[in-house]
Design a binder for this molecule. Sequence first.
Ligand code: IVH
Length: 703
Amino acid sequence: MTDKPSEAQAANRLMRLAKEIARHDRLYHDRDSPEISDADYDALVRENRELEAQFPHLVRADSPSTRLGATPAGPLATAHARPMLSLDNAFAEAEVEEFVARVKRFLNLDESVAVAMTAEPKIDGLSCSLRYEGGQLVLGSTRGDGAVGEDVTPNVRTIGDVPHTLRSSRAQSRDAGTGGRVSTSLDTNGGGIPEILEVRGEVYMSKADFEALNARQEASGGKVFANPRNAAAGSLRQKDPSITEARPLRFFAHGWGEVSGPLGDTQFEAVKRIESFGFAVAPLFARCESVEEMLAHYRAIEKARADLPFDIDGVVYKVDRLDWQERLGQVARAPRWALAHKFPAEKAETTLEAIAIQVGRTGKLTPVGRLKPVGVGGVMVANVTLHNRDEIERLGLRLGDRVRIQRAGDVIPQVVENLTRDEPRDPFAFPDHCPECGSEAVSEEGEVDVRCTGGLVCPAQRFERLRHFVSRGALDIEGLGERSIAEFIELGWLHSPADIFRLRDHRDDLLGREGWKETSVSNLLRAIEDKREPDPARFLFGLGIRHVGIVTARDLLKCFGTVDALRAAATGDSGQAELSAVDGVGPIVAEALVDFFHEEHNREAVDDLLSQVRPKPYESKSRQTEWSGKTIVFTGSLETMSRDEAKAQAERLGARTAGSVSAKSDLVVAGPGAGSKLKKAEELGIRVIGEQEWAKIVAETGV
Ligand code: IVH
């Protein structure tokens, strides 16, 4: 490139270079079959480096310059342009009615207003995002953790249902009589193809293809899959695309991610438009005008289920109007505008052969029932969670009992009934000592769970805490799997999370050990070094504090900004009250945080960890506005929007919302009926405005 490229051109080129270089890395390192000369490879790397130097703010998370020389252990990670969300689940019709009512409440619509929804089968496969640029397939990725997936581009290219080139819907209708010639004519309006389009959908295997594949696998002594979903997942995530190609995978489109121009005004129109580009859309995709129609369509799909050529596990409803979807937004990882209505659980009967006790990362003793293996809804089940001591008592479980178990969707199988409860037998004696370390196991007053008191002395707890700390949702240290953690604990190198960052001191010892080579050691140590400045929410989540999941961790950091500030609050005089006031944090989480940070060995472990790593300050994903970081309190009733929508707007402005007024509040939005909070705001001299003025602020800030 001679002239300086535009920013858009540079971003585009950097993306392509990242993919391209990654592909050559894989060909070179993983498959020993480079396609280009070293000189050509170096030229790509140089071009990438020069572009990055010109546009430092465009350096990508998956930039080749941060990864050069590394052999990616497994498939390459790729950040999604827009997150791949999951769905809230419902089982009962009443929950569907509640969902529709919730949507209306959020949008502040009268109960009598009809909210049209689409309803379609929930395909039991694995979600996949296909990115098209200029009508050409450039990237295929799995969902991963929703933010970052795996690049499976060569594999998705082998799927017959995945077009490599999009078909223009206008060209299609014009060319219908000439055999539907493929056209790539670009046009963001009307029937043309958007310049950028990410089609989201489900990769699956048909029931018949699954049976045939398993028969072939069995005959050749290969892996036999438990169900079509596992077969599809195993086939898509192959390192070698020729294996994927030999597996009969299919794809149904059901949505989209990033798109450069609107696809329509409604979900229904947009999906139809995607269909016109050459995608398959699952049958029984419909638009419903009312809850009654939605439930009738659910029943129709349930009735058709056995005859469908592919597995489904429920029905997905989506608010049809896209402007409403936009207003509804998302909470945690699921949109407020969609719901998965799952089919009832499948049940089976078998024998309880043993009860094993597992020790979790918080020391909780969890009883696990070992069963005579039995098929439930297409999956062999050999283990069930028994939750806790009370559950065993409630069911009157004893070894040898016949039990009825059930499995619903992705939920862990459970015992729903003991079929031999009336026959006298010795009751199961729940252990009063930890089976792993022998420490006393106790349950605190009012708690059902029994916990090992061994803390970090208990190898099971140490192992689980370390495993959690490096897991995908937490620090995500690639290459530090269960086996390595166990090995390093055994060697005495790992006691606490901070020790992970001291593993580099054991480099030479590690190189001398069986199974470790120069590349694997370098990769592991590099993956660890990469996490010296971790995302603060992942770091906080990784500490394994009870009740603090990733979403709560984000809520906390949104409010406190840094882990240090949070710790100061938790150990301060009014810690409990200050933490409980954070939106999304209740008294239980607040208490868990206070307890955690008051415990001496936890403080030491965190200090030790902070001597090794420096979590980044929290960065709000929402835009920077004059409201960023400010605290807003809503009180009284609102007329044109619901309280939840107002809160969501405040968050989009970058502000936090709080449930109570204090000296730290910056603004109070008061509607009719506002009482003590309004009074307190006036006493404290905090700015108070009405709903209309609030709506004006939101409109003017343009979020
Ligand atoms: S929509 C923003 N529609 O179910 C909403 N998902 O449990 C994103 N799935 O990760 C999902 N069939 O992989 C949608 N018709 C359908 C679906 C579907 C299957 C999967 C999808 C998602 C998972 C959530």
